[in-house]
Design a protein around this ligand. Structure first.
Ligand SMILES: *[C@@H]1O[C@H](CO)[C@@H](O)[C@H](O)[C@H]1NC(C)=O
Ligand SMILES: *[C@@H]1O[C@H](CO)[C@@H](O)[C@H](O)[C@H]1NC(C)=O
Ligand SMILES: *[C@@H]1O[C@H](CO)[C@@H](O)[C@H](O)[C@H]1NC(C)=O
Length: 732
């Protein structure tokens, strides 16, 4: 039973003497829980007619029920009208639910406790609304293309970080009784032509990057997996036998069901035989083109789809329902229920702790400024209303999330101006506002102010909405609304400029960094409803900044070496995405993966390494997630971190592994551990990184297995992927 790979000691350090030590988390016991759920499902199956079975696997059609996805009830087994609802950060179309922070921002906290709590709370809200299946989390897109429209819904571009965040989220969601759906499976890395293009990806890259977080999801007993719109090696994801039956169900031992993305099914028999288990919404968006329902009935009667395959679909779907105990006393469906509780506390904490300080010459934290200037259209709530744009399909006013089906209504919104004005009032200071991006008169707003805060944005979303000419994916990595020119104009008139950036992903900041007078840059990410509060908490040093980048910010967009493809994408960069590429190609990033400053300093010491890792292939029997021994701890690394600065803060020590040269061409280093240590001044904490067998393995395409290579593994621990403080080695 593996400890989760982080925070165990960190959690112990955090816990005060009164509250005692936290109990280390344990990996879920998937096999037994699924076996019990499947035996209930098999018993129920014997009571079903063929029509009942068809009803369980087929959505009722677009816009025909209370949820974005619905199936028909089956009274004989007291099976309800199943409700499936977007999405990863809240209850879509809810009016009484929380707008949690987007996945990318949760990831930038690197705080598994906050990420898990976010999952627990979202699960409670979903259950409170009678939603059986929440359509999240969304670790695919991983984000190999920095402009990718939906990267913000996921947990960043590193599979290990994304995998941990995915596991914590699913365990949190499902502990609240709601079925999680991990999506979009698989290699759905762009919005451009997502419904026609093929992602052609080699076997090793699939395993080590894109499949990795889905393996974590399966290991955490995710109830369902959503197949994506794109093709993989020329075959639609939702009828791809190799990807669904091969990788997911056989190799990863997935016991739940595969649900189509909405209208991602293309054929009746291909989908059934390729491994899809539920079609959604059951028709196209015009209510036509029903591919299962009566068609599937005919295919089963005609023998093109085996009866046993239909039974398998049904058992998998019912097993998910039983696994979560949804056969007992589940609330009635009410998407508009008020279910927020105290969940805004999680939004605020994640918004604050996911904020990354990029540069600071000492102006921050602010030292009791009297006159504050605030500039930018993103400094205020959208003047048309915080939820004025359908599915957040505009970039008007302050930015808290991207656009598309993965967005939700804000129940309230605290803009930078709201929060700053409140703070200034309490301090007896004044705020002067220019709530536009116009450069022409900004001088009068900012001249004479003790500090001029400029808020800029970059936005992206799902491709069915085009915003300011961006059809989902961003057209480039520049700030929107002439953000560079706005900062330059402010800096002409004021030499104490702080730039706050709200963005769905990396932005090229060179112009801003080269502008004299810009004294600090704060990466505000996507802070949802708590946008302004998070900003003020950081600017005023209510907390020391403690977020770290979950992707690289380059000096130039071309440095990434990847961009959405016009036609099929051959993924020829292979394993070398984001920092793996920058390290390998020896390109200096502007701010590397894992980077983030604070108001205090941390020193690292006392690296210890213990290992009983053995070289060779995984040999365990298959449990949810793959061979059991892949998930066992085989080595432990510890480091001591001391807060040597003057204020309380939190540090994210990161462990990167370099595989021995006996492993074929591999990225120079790969994240394989992290912890978050909250430390008072002068306090020390210990980070313990438990390395599982999978963390030391590569995918051997010839053996079709994970293999621990023999030789010397480099161990690098530091404050980012490039700020390595201590090194060691593991010899296998
Ligand atoms: C896709 O094709 C590549 C190249 O032939 C192969 O390595 C990989 O295993 C294939 N993957 C899938 C899922 O078919
Ligand atoms: C952190 O260390 C740097 C470099 O040694 C030093 O200039 C700075 O004053 C320190 N900051 C704090 C808050 O101690
Ligand atoms: C931290 O340690 C230094 C040196 O021993 C001491 O001067 C300082 O007062 C300590 N600070 C706190 C907050 O304990």
């Amino acid at each position: 039973m593996a400890l989760r790979n982080l925070v165990v000691l960190a959690a112990a350090v955090l816990a005060s003497a009164e509250s005692g030590e936290k109990v280390p988390r344990q990996a879920p016991t998937g096999t037994a829980a699924w076996a019990a759920a499947h035996s209930k499902a098999a018993a129920a199956l014997s009571k079903l007619s063929q029509q009942d079975k068809i009803n369980i696997v087929t959505g009722v059609g677009w816009d025909k029920g209370p949820c974005v996805g619905n199936t028909s009830p089956v009274n004989s087994i007291r099976y309800p009208q199943l409700c499936l609802q977007d999405g990863p950060l809240g209850i879509r179309f809810g009016t009484g639910s929380t707008a949690f922070t987007p996945g990318i921002h949760a990831a930038s906290t690197w705080d598994v406790d906050l990420i898990r709590q976010r999952g627990v709370y979202l699960g409670q809200e979903a259950k409170g609304c009678g939603v059986h299946v929440i359509l999240g989390p969304a670790p695919g897109a991983l984000g190999k293309n920095p402009t990718g429209g939906r990267n913000w819904e996921g947990f960043g571009v590193d599979p290990y970080l994304s995998g941990i965040a995915t596991a914590e989220t699913i365990e949190g969601l499902q502990s609240s009784g709601v079925q999680a759906t991990v999506k979009h499976y698989l290699v759905n890395e762009q919005e451009l032509n997502r419904e026609t293009m093929s992602s052609n990806v080699d076997d090793r890259t699939i395993h080590e990057l894109y499949l990795w977080p889905f393996a974590d999801a399966v290991h955490s007993n995710v109830a369902s997996v959503m197949c994506s719109y794109n093709k993989i090696n020329g075959t639609w994801a939702c009828e791809n036998d190799k990807v669904l039956n091969g990788l997911l169900k056989k190799e990863l031992g997935f016991q739940g069901y595969v649900v189509s993305d909405w209208n991602a099914q293309h054929t009746t028999n291909g989908a059934a035989n390729g491994g899809m288990d539920m079609t959604m919404p059951g028709s196209d968006f015009n209510g036509r083109n029903v591919l299962w329902g009566p068609q599937l009935n005919n295919a089963v009667n005609g023998g093109q789809v085996q009866r046993s395959r239909l039974d398998d679909m049904v058992k998998r779907i019912l097993a998910g329902w039983y696994l979560l105990g949804q056969d007992q006393g589940y609330p009635a469906i009410n998407i508009k229920a008020n279910v927020q509780g105290n969940h805004k506390e999680n939004v605020r904490a994640v918004a604050r702790d996911g904020t990354v300080l990029l540069t600071n010459d000492g102006i921050l934290p602010l030292k009791n400024p009297r006159k504050i200037a605030l500039v930018g259209s993103a400094a205020v709530t959208n003047p048309q209303g915080m939820n004025a744009c359908t599915d957040k399909g505009c970039n008007t006013g302050a930015l808290g999330m991207g656009w598309g089906s993965g967005s939700v209504n804000y129940p309230y919104f605290v803009s930078p101006h709201d929060a700053l004005r409140a703070r200034a009032q309490a301090d007896g200071a004044t705020v002067t506002l220019q709530s536009s991006d116009s450069t022409s008169n900004v001088q009068s707003t900012v001249s004479g102010a003790d500090v001029a805060i400029v808020v800029i944005t970059a936005n992206s979303g799902e491709g069915y909405i085009t915003v300011e000419g961006n059809a989902g994916d961003r057209n480039n990595l520049d700030p929107w609304h002439n953000g560079n020119q706005l900062v330059q104009a402010v800096a002409q008139a004021n030499k104490n400029v702080v730039v706050v950036v709200h963005s769905t992903g990396p932005v090229i900041l060179e112009t801003i960094l080269n502008t004299p007078g810009v004294r600090a840059v704060v990466w505000g990410g996507l802070p949802s409803s708590e946008n302004g509060n998070a900003m003020v908490d950081i600017l005023y040093g209510v907390v020391s900044p403690n977020g770290k980048l979950p992707y690289t910010i380059a000096k130039s967009a071309s440095d990434y070496g990847t961009a959405p493809s016009r036609g099929d994408d051959n993924f020829k960069e292979g394993l070398f995405i984001d920092y793996r590429h920058f390290d390998n190609a020896k390109i200096e990033p502007r701010f590397e993966f894992g980077f983030g400053l604070s108001y205090t300093n941390f020193t690292y010491s006392d690296l210890t390494v213990t290992s009983n890792a053995k070289s060779g292939p995984a040999t365990g029997s298959t449990i949810p997630g793959g061979p059991a021994d892949l998930w066992e701890n085989v080595a432990t690394v510890t480091v001591s971190v001391k807060n040597t600065g003057g204020v309380a803060g939190a540090e994210v020590p990161q462990l990167y592994i370099t595989l021995p040269s006996s492993a074929p061409s591999t990225p120079p280093k790969q994240l394989r551990g992290f912890a978050k240590l909250k430390l008072a001044p002068n306090a020390s904490g210990t980070a313990t990184f438990n390395l599982r067998r999978r963390d030391l393995s590569y995918w051997d395409t010839a053996r079709q297995n994970w293999v621990v290579p023999s030789g010397e593994f480099g161990v690098s621990v530091g404050a980012s992927s490039r700020d390595i403080r201590l090194t060691g080695k593991i010899t296998v």
